[in-house]
Write a protein that binds this ligand. Structure first.
Ligand SMILES: CC(C)(COP(=O)(O)OP(=O)(O)OC[C@H]1O[C@@H](n2cnc3c(N)ncnc32)[C@H](O)[C@@H]1OP(=O)(O)O)[C@@H](O)C(=O)NCCC(=O)NCCS
Length: 179
């Protein structure tokens, strides 16, 4: 894997994706304070913790520099509307997990698909990944449609603890290979 510069900027017709940092924590806290967003994210605490969110975002530059995770703030007209990331990068740098969340006011307009296509192209292009994993809670119809529209293949279901729901949820798992 070629470590990309922090100046990496991905643009789509309507969105700008830029590496996220500590300055995005307050907006992320606001977006994740919506239970409809957090309940779909297995690792999200609900209600979110301001300090924990700040610490996490402050760490994004280090994660990037170490090749551990590549996280982008999704911006529309200079306002952050969500986050899309590739994390859990494998030791050989060939594989990672994609995740995305948007503020609810922006759902249903094709933004996630637009952002995800840009990140997948970047991941299989300049970043050099050969395989991307994805997963969503069984009751997440939007995410199911999104991964299928991107061409991910369903490979199985696993029970995972959901921090936001306080119980296990069945997660549907997918992979996408570089063609
Ligand atoms: C999942 C999420 C990212 C989708 O974002 P979005 O911008 O609304 O998605 P898009 O508008 O790009 O839609 C992608 C596809 O899903 C479909 N879709 C979106 N929401 C849907 C819903 N609630 N039910 C069924 N289909 C839906 C769209 O029609 C589109 O399908 P198409 O490509 O065939 O037209 C957004 O709902 C979200 O942030 N949810 C909370 C967090 C979350 O679930 N993250 C993913 C965790 S795995």
């Amino acid at each position: 894997m070629t470590l990309p510069p922090r100046s990496t900027l991905l643009t789509t017709p309507r969105l700008t994706l830029r590496p996220s940092d500590g300055g995005d924590a307050a907006r992320a806290f606001e977006i994740r304070s919506d239970p409809a967003v957090s309940r779909m994210l297995s690792l999200a605490r609900f209600p979110p913790d301001r300090g924990e969110t700040a610490d996490w975002f402050a760490d994004h530059a280090r994660e990037w520099a170490k090749g551990l995770a590549f996280r982008f703030a999704i911006a529309r007209h200079d306002r952050m509307i969500g986050l899309i990331d590739l994390d859990d990068v494998s030791v050989d740098g060939r594989e990672a997990e994609i995740g995305v969340w948007l503020e609810q006011a922006c759902w249903g307009r094709g933004y996630a698909g637009e952002a995800a296509r840009a990140v997948v192209d970047w991941a299989f292009g300049p970043l050099g990944l050969t395989r991307i994993r994805a997963g969503h809670a069984q009751d997440n119809a939007g995410s199911a449609r999104l991964v299928q529209a991107l061409g991910f293949r369903h490979v199985g279901d696993v029970a995972v603890p959901s921090r936001s729901r306080g119980e296990d949820v069945l997660q549907r798992r997918y992979v996408l290979h570089r063609s």
